[in-house]
Ligand binder design. Sequence first.
Ligand SMILES: Nc1ncnc2c1ncn2[C@@H]1O[C@H](COP(=O)(O)O)[C@@H](OP(=O)(O)O)[C@H]1O
Ligand SMILES: [Mg+2]
Ligand SMILES: [Mg+2]
Ligand SMILES: [Mg+2]
Length: 398
Amino acid sequence: MATFAVSSGTINPLTRTLPLAKNTKPLSLFSLSISLSLKASKTPLRASSMSYDKQLAAAKKAASLAARLCQKVQKALLQADVQSKSDKSPVTVADYGSQAVVSVVLQKELDSASFSLVAEEDSGDLRKEEGKETLQRIMKLVNETLASDETYGNAPLSEEDVLAAIDSGRSEGGPSGQHWVLDPIDGTKGFVRGDQYAIALALLDEGKAVLGVLACPNLPLSSVASHNPQDPQEKVGCLFYAQVGSGTYMQSLDGSTPIKVHVTDLDNPEDASFFESFEAAHSLHDLSSSIAKKLGVKAPPVRIDSQAKYGALSRGDGAIYLRFPHKGYREKIWDHAAGYLVVAEAGGVVSDAAGNTLDFSRGRYLDLHEGIIVTNQKLMPALLKAVKESLNEKSSSL
Ligand SMILES: Nc1ncnc2c1ncn2[C@@H]1O[C@H](COP(=O)(O)O)[C@@H](OP(=O)(O)O)[C@H]1O
Ligand SMILES: [Mg+2]
Ligand SMILES: [Mg+2]
Ligand SMILES: [Mg+2]
Protein backbone atom coordinates (compact mmCIF):
# COMPACT_ATOMS: atom_id res chain seq x y z
CA MET A 1 0.00 0.00 0.00
CA ALA A 2 1.15 3.53 -0.71
CA THR A 3 2.97 5.49 1.94
CA PHE A 4 1.17 8.66 0.97
CA ALA A 5 -2.27 8.68 -0.57
CA VAL A 6 -1.88 11.65 -2.90
CA SER A 7 -4.79 12.87 -4.90
CA SER A 8 -5.31 16.19 -6.63
CA GLY A 9 -2.67 18.02 -4.64
CA THR A 10 -3.75 16.61 -1.30
CA ILE A 11 -1.75 14.68 1.24
CA ASN A 12 -3.23 12.14 3.54
CA PRO A 13 -0.15 10.83 5.25
CA LEU A 14 -2.10 8.68 7.66
CA THR A 15 -3.48 5.80 5.71
CA ARG A 16 -5.00 2.58 7.02
CA THR A 17 -1.57 1.01 6.83
CA LEU A 18 -0.97 2.40 10.30
CA PRO A 19 -0.55 -0.37 12.84
CA LEU A 20 -2.76 -0.12 15.89
CA ALA A 21 -1.04 0.87 19.12
CA LYS A 22 0.30 -2.05 21.10
CA ASN A 23 2.34 -2.49 24.22
CA THR A 24 5.74 -2.15 22.72
CA LYS A 25 9.11 -0.50 23.32
CA PRO A 26 10.67 0.79 26.51
CA LEU A 27 9.75 4.30 27.55
CA SER A 28 13.15 5.77 26.76
CA LEU A 29 12.72 5.07 23.06
CA PHE A 30 9.38 6.85 23.02
CA SER A 31 10.80 9.85 24.81
CA LEU A 32 13.76 10.02 22.47
CA SER A 33 11.75 9.85 19.28
CA ILE A 34 9.21 12.32 20.55
CA SER A 35 11.70 14.87 21.75
CA LEU A 36 13.76 14.64 18.57
CA SER A 37 10.86 14.96 16.21
CA LEU A 38 8.75 17.46 18.08
CA LYS A 39 11.56 19.57 19.52
CA ALA A 40 9.39 19.67 22.61
CA SER A 41 10.95 20.06 26.02
CA LYS A 42 10.56 17.33 28.57
CA THR A 43 8.93 19.16 31.42
CA PRO A 44 7.94 17.64 34.72
CA LEU A 45 4.30 18.00 35.64
CA ARG A 46 3.54 20.76 38.11
CA ALA A 47 3.93 19.54 41.63
CA SER A 48 1.34 21.90 43.05
CA SER A 49 -2.10 20.46 43.37
CA MET A 50 -4.48 22.10 40.90
CA SER A 51 -8.18 22.20 41.44
CA TYR A 52 -8.96 19.85 38.52
CA ASP A 53 -6.14 17.35 39.08
CA LYS A 54 -8.44 14.60 40.28
CA GLN A 55 -10.83 15.08 37.38
CA LEU A 56 -7.89 15.12 34.96
CA ALA A 57 -6.55 11.80 36.25
CA ALA A 58 -10.04 10.28 35.92
CA ALA A 59 -10.50 11.71 32.42
CA LYS A 60 -7.14 10.34 31.22
CA LYS A 61 -7.98 6.92 32.61
CA ALA A 62 -11.46 6.98 31.07
CA ALA A 63 -10.26 8.06 27.62
CA SER A 64 -7.38 5.55 27.62
CA LEU A 65 -9.65 2.64 28.50
CA ALA A 66 -12.21 3.73 25.90
CA ALA A 67 -9.37 3.91 23.35
CA ARG A 68 -8.50 0.31 24.20
CA LEU A 69 -12.08 -0.75 23.44
CA CYS A 70 -12.08 1.18 20.14
CA GLN A 71 -8.73 -0.27 19.06
CA LYS A 72 -10.04 -3.76 19.59
CA VAL A 73 -13.14 -3.09 17.50
CA GLN A 74 -11.22 -1.30 14.74
CA LYS A 75 -8.74 -4.12 14.49
CA ALA A 76 -11.51 -6.70 14.14
CA LEU A 77 -13.28 -4.48 11.65
CA LEU A 78 -10.22 -4.18 9.43
CA GLN A 79 -9.25 -7.82 9.73
CA ALA A 80 -12.76 -8.91 8.79
CA ASP A 81 -12.51 -6.54 5.84
CA VAL A 82 -16.03 -5.28 6.36
CA GLN A 83 -15.22 -1.62 6.42
CA SER A 84 -17.89 -0.78 3.88
CA LYS A 85 -19.97 2.16 4.96
CA SER A 86 -23.12 0.08 4.73
CA ASP A 87 -21.99 -2.10 7.65
CA LYS A 88 -22.39 0.34 10.49
CA SER A 89 -22.82 -2.15 13.31
CA PRO A 90 -19.19 -2.45 14.48
CA VAL A 91 -18.98 1.33 14.54
CA THR A 92 -22.12 1.58 16.57
CA VAL A 93 -20.80 -0.97 19.02
CA ALA A 94 -17.58 0.99 19.49
CA ASP A 95 -19.35 4.36 19.79
CA TYR A 96 -21.73 3.09 22.46
CA GLY A 97 -19.08 1.00 24.19
CA SER A 98 -16.67 3.91 24.41
CA GLN A 99 -19.39 6.17 25.81
CA ALA A 100 -20.35 3.57 28.43
CA VAL A 101 -16.73 3.04 29.50
CA VAL A 102 -16.04 6.76 29.90
CA SER A 103 -19.25 7.30 31.83
CA VAL A 104 -18.60 4.37 34.18
CA VAL A 105 -14.98 5.30 34.84
CA LEU A 106 -15.76 8.95 35.56
CA GLN A 107 -18.54 8.00 37.95
CA LYS A 108 -16.42 5.42 39.73
CA GLU A 109 -13.46 7.76 40.09
CA LEU A 110 -15.38 10.91 41.01
CA ASP A 111 -18.40 12.05 42.97
CA SER A 112 -21.27 10.57 40.97
CA ALA A 113 -23.96 12.58 42.79
CA SER A 114 -23.11 15.75 40.88
CA PHE A 115 -22.22 13.95 37.64
CA SER A 116 -23.36 15.60 34.40
CA LEU A 117 -22.34 14.36 30.96
CA VAL A 118 -23.11 15.87 27.57
CA ALA A 119 -22.34 13.09 25.09
CA GLU A 120 -23.11 12.28 21.48
CA GLU A 121 -24.85 8.90 21.75
CA ASP A 122 -28.03 7.72 23.49
CA SER A 123 -29.50 4.29 24.08
CA GLY A 124 -32.77 4.75 22.15
CA ASP A 125 -32.02 2.19 19.41
CA LEU A 126 -30.48 -0.29 21.84
CA ARG A 127 -33.69 -0.49 23.83
CA LYS A 128 -35.60 -1.67 20.74
CA GLU A 129 -36.10 -5.37 19.97
CA GLU A 130 -33.66 -5.23 17.04
CA GLY A 131 -30.98 -3.65 19.23
CA LYS A 132 -30.78 -6.60 21.64
CA GLU A 133 -27.90 -8.41 19.96
CA THR A 134 -25.91 -5.21 19.61
CA LEU A 135 -26.47 -4.46 23.29
CA GLN A 136 -25.12 -7.90 24.19
CA ARG A 137 -21.98 -7.23 22.17
CA ILE A 138 -21.53 -3.83 23.77
CA MET A 139 -21.95 -5.25 27.27
CA LYS A 140 -19.33 -7.91 26.58
CA LEU A 141 -16.88 -5.37 25.15
CA VAL A 142 -17.41 -2.93 28.02
CA ASN A 143 -16.93 -5.64 30.64
CA GLU A 144 -13.80 -6.99 28.94
CA THR A 145 -12.39 -3.49 28.73
CA LEU A 146 -13.12 -2.62 32.36
CA ALA A 147 -11.71 -5.98 33.47
CA SER A 148 -8.44 -5.15 31.72
CA ASP A 149 -7.92 -2.51 34.41
CA GLU A 150 -7.23 -4.16 37.74
CA THR A 151 -9.36 -1.65 39.71
CA TYR A 152 -12.62 -2.59 38.01
CA GLY A 153 -12.09 -6.30 37.61
CA ASN A 154 -14.71 -8.02 39.66
CA ALA A 155 -18.13 -6.44 39.13
CA PRO A 156 -19.41 -6.98 35.58
CA LEU A 157 -22.08 -4.59 34.35
CA SER A 158 -25.56 -5.77 33.40
CA GLU A 159 -27.34 -4.70 30.20
CA GLU A 160 -29.31 -2.20 32.25
CA ASP A 161 -26.09 -0.77 33.74
CA VAL A 162 -24.68 -0.29 30.24
CA LEU A 163 -27.85 1.41 29.02
CA ALA A 164 -27.87 3.69 32.06
CA ALA A 165 -24.20 4.54 31.56
CA ILE A 166 -24.86 5.51 27.93
CA ASP A 167 -27.90 7.56 28.88
CA SER A 168 -26.05 9.48 31.54
CA GLY A 169 -24.78 11.45 28.53
CA ARG A 170 -28.10 13.19 28.02
CA SER A 171 -27.27 16.32 29.97
CA GLU A 172 -27.93 19.61 28.22
CA GLY A 173 -24.81 21.26 29.68
CA GLY A 174 -25.14 25.03 30.00
CA PRO A 175 -23.52 28.02 31.69
CA SER A 176 -23.55 26.92 35.32
CA GLY A 177 -21.94 24.08 37.24
CA GLN A 178 -19.62 21.40 35.90
CA HIS A 179 -20.39 19.26 32.84
CA TRP A 180 -18.32 16.61 31.12
CA VAL A 181 -18.46 16.74 27.32
CA LEU A 182 -17.77 13.54 25.38
CA ASP A 183 -17.41 12.41 21.80
CA PRO A 184 -16.89 8.66 22.30
CA ILE A 185 -15.56 8.28 18.76
CA ASP A 186 -14.91 11.47 16.88
CA GLY A 187 -14.22 10.82 13.21
CA THR A 188 -16.43 7.76 12.82
CA LYS A 189 -15.76 7.78 9.09
CA GLY A 190 -12.02 7.69 9.73
CA PHE A 191 -12.54 4.87 12.22
CA VAL A 192 -14.34 2.80 9.57
CA ARG A 193 -11.64 3.49 6.97
CA GLY A 194 -8.92 2.46 9.42
CA ASP A 195 -7.65 6.03 9.60
CA GLN A 196 -7.70 8.66 12.33
CA TYR A 197 -10.27 9.01 15.09
CA ALA A 198 -10.26 10.35 18.65
CA ILE A 199 -11.94 9.87 21.98
CA ALA A 200 -12.56 13.46 23.00
CA LEU A 201 -13.40 14.37 26.58
CA ALA A 202 -13.62 17.84 28.11
CA LEU A 203 -14.82 19.33 31.37
CA LEU A 204 -16.76 22.59 31.43
CA ASP A 205 -16.90 24.66 34.60
CA GLU A 206 -19.31 27.63 34.58
CA GLY A 207 -19.47 27.37 30.79
CA LYS A 208 -15.70 27.40 30.22
CA ALA A 209 -13.54 24.47 29.09
CA VAL A 210 -11.16 23.67 31.96
CA LEU A 211 -9.95 20.19 30.96
CA GLY A 212 -9.41 18.64 27.56
CA VAL A 213 -8.29 15.09 26.84
CA LEU A 214 -7.82 13.61 23.36
CA ALA A 215 -6.96 9.96 22.91
CA CYS A 216 -5.81 9.42 19.31
CA PRO A 217 -5.03 5.71 18.90
CA ASN A 218 -3.75 5.96 15.31
CA LEU A 219 -1.86 9.24 15.49
CA PRO A 220 1.94 8.83 15.18
CA LEU A 221 3.96 9.87 18.20
CA SER A 222 6.28 11.67 15.82
CA SER A 223 5.08 14.53 13.63
CA VAL A 224 2.46 13.85 11.00
CA ALA A 225 4.69 15.79 8.59
CA SER A 226 7.62 13.35 8.91
CA HIS A 227 5.51 10.25 9.45
CA ASN A 228 6.30 7.16 7.41
CA PRO A 229 3.49 4.62 7.84
CA GLN A 230 5.60 1.93 6.18
CA ASP A 231 8.16 2.07 8.94
CA PRO A 232 7.14 -0.70 11.36
CA GLN A 233 9.30 0.90 14.07
CA GLU A 234 7.20 4.04 14.04
CA LYS A 235 4.87 4.21 17.01
CA VAL A 236 1.27 5.40 17.03
CA GLY A 237 -1.19 6.16 19.84
CA CYS A 238 -1.17 9.59 21.48
CA LEU A 239 -2.87 10.98 24.56
CA PHE A 240 -3.07 14.78 24.68
CA TYR A 241 -4.30 16.53 27.79
CA ALA A 242 -4.68 20.09 28.97
CA GLN A 243 -5.79 21.73 32.16
CA VAL A 244 -6.67 25.40 32.08
CA GLY A 245 -3.64 27.49 33.06
CA SER A 246 -1.26 24.50 33.08
CA GLY A 247 -0.34 23.92 29.44
CA THR A 248 -0.79 20.94 27.16
CA TYR A 249 1.01 17.62 27.49
CA MET A 250 1.28 14.58 25.30
CA GLN A 251 2.20 11.03 26.16
CA SER A 252 1.96 7.70 24.48
CA LEU A 253 -1.34 5.89 25.00
CA ASP A 254 0.79 3.09 26.40
CA GLY A 255 1.92 5.46 29.12
CA SER A 256 5.26 7.17 28.41
CA THR A 257 6.56 10.19 30.34
CA PRO A 258 4.43 13.22 29.36
CA ILE A 259 6.07 16.00 27.39
CA LYS A 260 4.86 19.57 27.22
CA VAL A 261 3.84 20.57 23.70
CA HIS A 262 3.50 23.93 21.95
CA VAL A 263 1.98 25.14 18.74
CA THR A 264 4.43 26.19 16.04
CA ASP A 265 6.01 29.63 16.34
CA LEU A 266 5.97 30.17 12.56
CA ASP A 267 5.15 33.69 11.48
CA ASN A 268 5.52 33.31 7.72
CA PRO A 269 2.41 31.75 6.16
CA GLU A 270 4.50 30.64 3.18
CA ASP A 271 6.10 28.05 5.43
CA ALA A 272 2.84 26.96 7.03
CA SER A 273 0.79 23.88 6.28
CA PHE A 274 -2.87 23.48 7.06
CA PHE A 275 -5.23 20.77 8.25
CA GLU A 276 -8.80 20.20 7.20
CA SER A 277 -11.36 17.38 7.33
CA PHE A 278 -10.70 14.35 5.22
CA GLU A 279 -14.42 14.34 4.38
CA ALA A 280 -15.41 17.05 1.90
CA ALA A 281 -18.96 16.77 3.27
CA HIS A 282 -17.72 18.11 6.62
CA SER A 283 -15.86 21.18 5.41
CA LEU A 284 -15.68 23.26 2.22
CA HIS A 285 -12.34 22.29 0.72
CA ASP A 286 -12.55 24.96 -2.00
CA LEU A 287 -12.98 27.71 0.53
CA SER A 288 -9.97 26.50 2.54
CA SER A 289 -7.88 26.43 -0.63
CA SER A 290 -8.87 29.99 -1.44
CA ILE A 291 -7.98 31.15 2.10
CA ALA A 292 -4.65 29.31 2.01
CA LYS A 293 -3.82 30.82 -1.38
CA LYS A 294 -4.56 34.35 -0.16
CA LEU A 295 -2.32 33.78 2.84
CA GLY A 296 0.50 32.54 0.63
CA VAL A 297 0.52 28.99 2.03
CA LYS A 298 2.45 26.82 -0.40
CA ALA A 299 1.94 23.32 1.00
CA PRO A 300 -1.10 21.26 -0.02
CA PRO A 301 -3.76 20.61 2.63
CA VAL A 302 -3.22 17.80 5.12
CA ARG A 303 -6.57 16.02 5.38
CA ILE A 304 -7.20 13.90 8.44
CA ASP A 305 -10.28 12.91 10.40
CA SER A 306 -11.36 13.93 13.88
CA GLN A 307 -9.97 16.13 16.63
CA ALA A 308 -6.61 14.47 16.02
CA LYS A 309 -6.19 17.65 13.94
CA TYR A 310 -6.26 19.75 17.13
CA GLY A 311 -3.78 17.38 18.78
CA ALA A 312 -1.41 17.47 15.82
CA LEU A 313 -1.62 21.27 15.66
CA SER A 314 -0.95 21.59 19.40
CA ARG A 315 2.49 20.01 18.93
CA GLY A 316 3.33 21.99 15.80
CA ASP A 317 2.79 19.32 13.13
CA GLY A 318 0.95 21.97 11.12
CA ALA A 319 0.18 25.64 11.66
CA ILE A 320 -3.45 26.10 10.64
CA TYR A 321 -6.76 24.19 10.86
CA LEU A 322 -9.68 25.40 8.75
CA ARG A 323 -13.23 24.09 9.14
CA PHE A 324 -16.11 25.48 7.11
CA PRO A 325 -19.18 23.22 7.22
CA HIS A 326 -21.78 23.39 4.47
CA LYS A 327 -24.64 25.84 4.96
CA GLY A 328 -27.13 24.90 7.65
CA TYR A 329 -24.87 22.56 9.67
CA ARG A 330 -24.80 23.23 13.43
CA GLU A 331 -21.61 22.29 15.26
CA LYS A 332 -21.88 20.32 18.53
CA ILE A 333 -19.81 21.08 21.60
CA TRP A 334 -18.34 17.54 21.81
CA ASP A 335 -16.73 17.99 18.39
CA HIS A 336 -14.55 20.87 19.64
CA ALA A 337 -14.41 21.35 23.43
CA ALA A 338 -11.47 19.03 24.16
CA GLY A 339 -9.56 20.02 21.01
CA TYR A 340 -10.11 23.68 21.76
CA LEU A 341 -8.44 23.48 25.18
CA VAL A 342 -5.60 21.25 23.95
CA VAL A 343 -4.72 23.92 21.36
CA ALA A 344 -5.40 26.96 23.56
CA GLU A 345 -3.18 25.64 26.38
CA ALA A 346 -0.44 24.91 23.84
CA GLY A 347 -0.43 28.61 22.94
CA GLY A 348 -2.77 28.49 19.96
CA VAL A 349 -5.90 30.45 19.11
CA VAL A 350 -9.26 28.93 18.18
CA SER A 351 -12.06 31.17 16.92
CA ASP A 352 -14.96 31.39 14.54
CA ALA A 353 -14.55 33.12 11.19
CA ALA A 354 -15.30 36.50 12.76
CA GLY A 355 -12.59 36.06 15.40
CA ASN A 356 -14.98 35.28 18.29
CA THR A 357 -13.85 32.72 20.82
CA LEU A 358 -15.94 29.52 20.98
CA ASP A 359 -18.77 29.53 23.52
CA PHE A 360 -19.42 26.10 25.05
CA SER A 361 -21.99 27.39 27.56
CA ARG A 362 -25.11 27.32 25.40
CA GLY A 363 -26.06 23.68 25.62
CA ARG A 364 -25.31 20.85 23.21
CA TYR A 365 -24.85 23.07 20.16
CA LEU A 366 -21.99 25.40 19.45
CA ASP A 367 -23.55 28.35 17.71
CA LEU A 368 -21.01 30.43 15.92
CA HIS A 369 -20.38 32.69 13.01
CA GLU A 370 -19.51 30.54 10.01
CA GLY A 371 -16.66 28.14 10.51
CA ILE A 372 -13.82 27.47 12.92
CA ILE A 373 -10.24 28.59 12.40
CA VAL A 374 -7.22 27.61 14.43
CA THR A 375 -3.62 28.80 14.36
CA ASN A 376 -0.93 30.46 16.47
CA GLN A 377 -1.06 34.05 17.73
CA LYS A 378 1.36 35.38 15.13
CA LEU A 379 -0.53 34.04 12.12
CA MET A 380 -4.06 34.74 13.36
CA PRO A 381 -4.40 38.39 12.20
CA ALA A 382 -3.37 37.51 8.62
CA LEU A 383 -5.54 34.39 8.70
CA LEU A 384 -8.60 36.35 9.84
CA LYS A 385 -8.03 38.84 7.03
CA ALA A 386 -7.74 36.09 4.42
CA VAL A 387 -10.85 34.37 5.78
CA LYS A 388 -12.85 37.59 5.65
CA GLU A 389 -11.79 38.32 2.07
CA SER A 390 -12.53 34.78 0.90
CA LEU A 391 -15.95 34.77 2.55
CA ASN A 392 -16.78 38.13 0.95
CA GLU A 393 -15.75 36.82 -2.47
CA LYS A 394 -17.81 33.69 -1.94
CA SER A 395 -20.95 35.60 -0.98
CA SER A 396 -20.59 38.09 -3.83
CA SER A 397 -20.23 35.26 -6.33
CA LEU A 398 -23.52 33.67 -5.26
N1 LIG B 1 -22.26 17.78 7.24
C1 LIG B 1 -21.38 17.96 8.21
N2 LIG B 1 -20.70 19.12 8.31
C2 LIG B 1 -19.80 19.31 9.27
N3 LIG B 1 -19.51 18.39 10.22
C3 LIG B 1 -20.17 17.23 10.17
C4 LIG B 1 -21.13 16.95 9.17
N4 LIG B 1 -21.61 15.72 9.39
C5 LIG B 1 -20.98 15.27 10.49
N5 LIG B 1 -20.12 16.19 10.96
C6 LIG B 1 -19.28 16.13 12.14
O1 LIG B 1 -17.92 16.01 11.78
C7 LIG B 1 -17.31 15.20 12.75
C8 LIG B 1 -16.03 14.64 12.22
O2 LIG B 1 -15.18 15.70 11.91
P1 LIG B 1 -13.94 15.53 10.94
O3 LIG B 1 -14.42 15.79 9.55
O4 LIG B 1 -13.01 16.59 11.44
O5 LIG B 1 -13.44 14.15 11.10
C9 LIG B 1 -18.36 14.18 13.05
O6 LIG B 1 -18.13 13.64 14.31
P2 LIG B 1 -18.46 12.08 14.59
O7 LIG B 1 -17.57 11.29 13.73
O8 LIG B 1 -18.19 12.01 16.03
O9 LIG B 1 -19.92 11.91 14.27
C10 LIG B 1 -19.65 14.96 13.00
O10 LIG B 1 -20.07 15.46 14.24
MG1 LIG C 1 -17.57 14.02 16.47
MG1 LIG D 1 -18.74 10.67 17.50
MG1 LIG E 1 -21.48 10.85 14.99
